[in-house]
Design a protein around this ligand. Structure first.
Ligand SMILES: *Cc1c(COP(=O)(O)O)cnc(C)c1O
Length: 253
C-alpha cells in the first residue's frame, strides 16, 4: 500500500470509521504474537475470513487490503458473492457451513477447501462428484470434540475409522481436522477442545495412511482464535473481529 493510502487508512481508523486494512493488520498481528508465544512459526497460520453476511463490495475491499481466504457458509450466498467479486490472484474460497447432500455437487471443484465434512457418506458423495469432474477435492473432517448433540461432526472415537475409509478415495484429499467448540464468553474455556483436536490429529497422523494428511487444523473464531493458535491452529476462521457484528443469518447450506 502507498504512503498516502496508509495514512488515510490510519486516519479513518482513528475517527472510528470502519477500516478494513487496519483490522486485518491487527488480526494478523494478534495471530503472529500468539504463534510466537507458543514457539510456532507464524507463517504456518492462515487467516480465513468468515464472510457470511458480508456483501461483495466489502469482501472486495478486504481483498484489496490483503485478505486471501474467504470462507462461506451457504452455497447460494457464496455463488452470488463469488460472481460479484470475480477472480483475484492468490485469493481462494473455503466452505465451512453445514453440508446438505443436495448442495454438495455445487461445492465440489469450486472451493479450495471444504472444512465441514461430518460423515463418511458426505466424503463419499464428494469423492463421486470430484471423480466426475476429474479433480481432487481437499477437505477437513469436522470433529465434535465437545460431544454436543446439537452439532454435527465425527465423534473423536469415530474419526480414525472414517479417516482409514477415506484413505481409499482417490478424488478426496483429507488435509486435517476442524472443530467448532461451544461458543464461550471466556476464550480460555475453548482451550481444552483445541487441545483435544490437536491430540486427535496427532493420533491420525501416526496411522499408516497413504493419502490422508493432517497438515491443517481449522479452529478458533473471533473470540478465541489466539488460544487456538497457541494450541496449534493452522487456519483460524474470523468474521466479527474483521467485519463487525453481522445480522443473524442461517449457517446451513
Ligand atoms: C461465522 C463462522 C465463523 C466466524 O465467527 P466469528 O465469531 O464471527 O468470528 C467461524 N466458523 C464458522 C463455521 C462460522 O460459521
Amino acid at each position: 500500500m502507498g504512503g498516502a493510502a496508509g495514512v488515510a487508512g490510519v486516519a479513518a481508523g482513528e475517527t472510528g470509521v470502519d477500516d478494513l486494512p487496519t483490522t486485518i493488520r491487527t488480526t494478523r498481528d494478534r495471530i503472529r504474537r500468539a504463534a510466537e508465544r507458543a514457539g510456532r512459526d507464524p507463517r504456518r497460520v492462515r487467516l480465513a475470513a468468515a464472510t457470511k453476511g458480508v456483501d461483495a463490495g466489502r469482501v472486495l475491499e478486504a481483498i484489496r487490503a490483503g485478505l486471501t481466504i474467504c470462507g462461506e457458509n451457504r452455497w447460494q450466498e457464496a455463488r452470488a458473492k463469488m460472481d460479484a467479486v470475480g477472480d483475484h490472484a492468490g485469493v481462494t474460497w473455503h466452505f465451512f457451513g453445514r453440508l446438505q447432500r443436495r448442495k454438495l455437487r455445487h461445492l465440489v471443484g469450486r472451493f479450495d477447501l471444504i472444512h465441514s465434512v461430518e460423515s463418511l457418506e458426505q466424503a463419499e458423495e464428494i469423492h463421486r462428484r470430484a471423480r466426475e469432474q476429474g479433480m481432487v477435492q481437499s477437505i477437513l473432517l469436522e470433529v465434535n470434540v465437545g460431544g454436543e448433540s446439537s452439532k454435527g461432526g465425527f465423534r473423536p472415537d469415530e474419526a480414525p475409522d472414517a479417516a482409514a475409509a477415506m484413505d481409499s478415495f482417490e478424488h478426496v484429499a483429507v488435509r486435517g481436522l476442524m472443530t467448532l467448540p461451544p461458543g464461550q464468553p471466556d476464550p480460555e474455556r475453548s482451550r481444552p477442545s483445541f487441545r483435544q483436536l490437536k491430540a486427535l490429529a496427532d493420533r491420525l497422523a501416526a496411522m499408516p495412511l497413504r493419502r490422508v494428511r493432517m497438515d491443517e487444523l481449522s479452529m478458533g473464531m473471533s473470540n478465541d482464535f489466539e488460544i487456538a493458535v497457541e494450541e496449534g491452529a493452522t487456519l483460524v476462521r474470523v468474521g466479527t473481529a474483521l467485519f463487525g457484528a453481522r445480522p443473524p443469518v442461517s449457517t446451513a447450506g
